[in-house]
Design a protein around this ligand. Structure first.
Ligand code: SF4
Ligand code: SF4
Length: 464
């Protein structure tokens, strides 16, 4: 038996649609088979909450009097891209502050705006007859802006490599802190809950698909940049209204030694039209594999050491180089489940109807590398971790923690642990003060004694 999208939307409107989370669908398909599951289920909801560097927001400030054609714009000292008419700018998540360095970036400006905080706008211009003003300094809030459109070129990777480090020193990367000599493995993505993993042929998810984006309805606007389905690395470009989003699902973070990034929540509904879509959405963690890459090799062609399933990665340890190595997720499985549940609630209440793609995502694209000219010199390498000598215990702020899990594999005393539901816990009484963990947390939830919170630094006034 097959259904149409309009059959499913009719059921949603009547409050009669059966909606399940993607991980529940995996259990159902295993138990009953895809045909029966397709008869019983109308919609599967997915979710992911992870570091999505390729994110940003288009802002429209409105015209001043006299008017200005802004040629350079800074928000809390973070430069935003202009060059698109007079008073529009794009603030990118990874752009660092010019006065505070990589601890505060575009992602922090976005979160500050979303939380209703005032942000200092500074702009300069060359002046024209129609736009005579050459400088403006003022304070804005999200409510002051005519529009704030989140527009992300590349989010929601279908598959993301796991990372480890064979080298002799710790590396600080976009995959978190990688301990030397295969000291840990980090991975990203929500496995069986990841949107594109549940629709690998891109039949349900395409251009125009309505989604959950940062706590509000949004859309898929195209294939993401670097969309590479032939290698299993599909991505999506997405858009949504920042003003309707929630800071619960839009969180600024900093990977120490790497820079700022935006933790973002995305959920996508998959309509179950027939057994084929049920089979695809019935994928489990044990069916989804990724490569464990050696970041100790400083090259684009770094080697894959092995393939590992999400079931193995989520178990807390995998076998590598002849021994057991602990693993940490960088994305929050607990938040991914909350997103899939929230989307399920919207659909069950009849507040969220499904859309068919107006165009499908390409299934045949590949990505080319940037070939460097031979005359270009090598850039500087990553900086080593600072040494530390404190014996005090660290402090852990549960309210700041976003439950990404990156700290899980770092601590030799297993101070950090997770519950079966992937909530993060810390038993600070077991801390030996080695400080291995203090520069790991992307949101500053782990602090050495005496250090002020990251949030304090964020609140400093920007010097103009
Ligand atoms: S303490 Fe930091 S690193 Fe650990 S789970 Fe929480 S946010 Fe992630
Ligand atoms: S400082 Fe304490 S909590 Fe952090 S890694 Fe060392 S023992 Fe574990």
């Amino acid at each position: 038996m097959s259904k149409t999208l309009s059959d499913i939307n009719d059921k949603i409107v009547r409050g009669a649609a059966r909606v399940v989370r993607a991980d529940e669908m995996a259990t159902l398909v295993r138990a009953k088979g895809p045909e029966r599951a397709a008869e019983e289920v109308d919609v599967v909801t997915t979710g992911t909450f992870g570091a999505m560097c390729s994110s940003g927001v288009w802002l429209n400030f409105g015209h001043s009097d006299p008017p200005i054609k802004m040629s350079r714009v800074w928000l809390n000292d973070v430069e935003a891209y202009t060059g698109v008419a007079a008073v529009d700018a794009y603030i990118g998540a990874t752009q660092p502050s010019q006065s505070r360095g990589i601890a505060y970036g575009g992602a922090h400006v976005i979160e500050d705006l979303l939380r209703g905080k005032p942000v200092v706008l500074r702009a300069v211009a060359y002046g024209t007859d129609c736009y005579p003003r050459k400088k403006i300094v003022t304070t804005i809030t999200l409510a002051d802006l005519n529009s704030a459109v989140m527009s992300n070129p590349r989010n929601g990777y279908q598959r993301y490599n796991a990372a480890t480090n064979s080298g002799p020193r710790a590396l600080r990367t976009y995959m978190g802190k990688l301990l030397p000599r295969f000291g840990n493995v980090t991975f990203s993505g929500a496995g069986a809950l990841s949107p594109l993993s549940n629709d690998p042929g891109y039949r349900a998810i395409g251009i125009g698909t309505r989604i959950f984006l940062g706590g509000a309805p949004g859309f898929v606007t195209g294939p993401g940049t670097q969309h590479s389905p032939q290698s299993g690395f599909g991505t999506i470009m997405v858009q949504g209204d920042l003003k309707r989003m929630s800071p619960e699902f839009v969180r600024a973070a900093t990977f120490p030694g790497y820079g700022s990034t935006l933790y973002l929540g995305i959920g996508i509904p998959i309509p179950i039209l027939a057994a084929e879509s049920a089979r695809a959405a019935g994928v489990g963690d044990k069916d989804i594999f990724t490569s464990v890459m050696d970041y100790g090799v400083p090259s684009r062609t770094r080697p894959a050491l092995r393939e590992a399933s999400y079931a193995e990665l989520k178990s807390g340890a995998i076998e590598l180089a002849g021994r057991e190595v602990r693993t940490s997720p960088l994305s929050s499985y607990a938040a991914a489940r909350r997103i899939a549940d929230a989307l399920k609630t919207w659909i069950e209440r009849g507040e969220f109807l499904l859309t068919a793609p107006s165009e499908n995502l390409p299934t045949q694209a590949t990505v080319k590398p940037l070939e460097r000219r031979p005359s270009q010199p090598d850039g500087p390498g990553p900086k080593p971790s600072p040494a530390s000598s404190s014996n005090g215990r660290v402090a852990w702020d549960a309210g700041t923690c976003i439950e990404c899990g990156e700290c899980l594999s770092i601590c030799p005393r297993s101070v950090f642990s997770r519950t079966r539901d992937w909530a993060i816990r810390a038993d600070i009484s077991a801390c030996a003060g080695c400080r291995l963990c203090v520069d790991v947390c992307p949101v500053g939830a782990i602090r050495p004694p005496g250090r002020s919170k990251l949030g304090d630094a964020r609140r400093r006034q920007v010097a103009l």
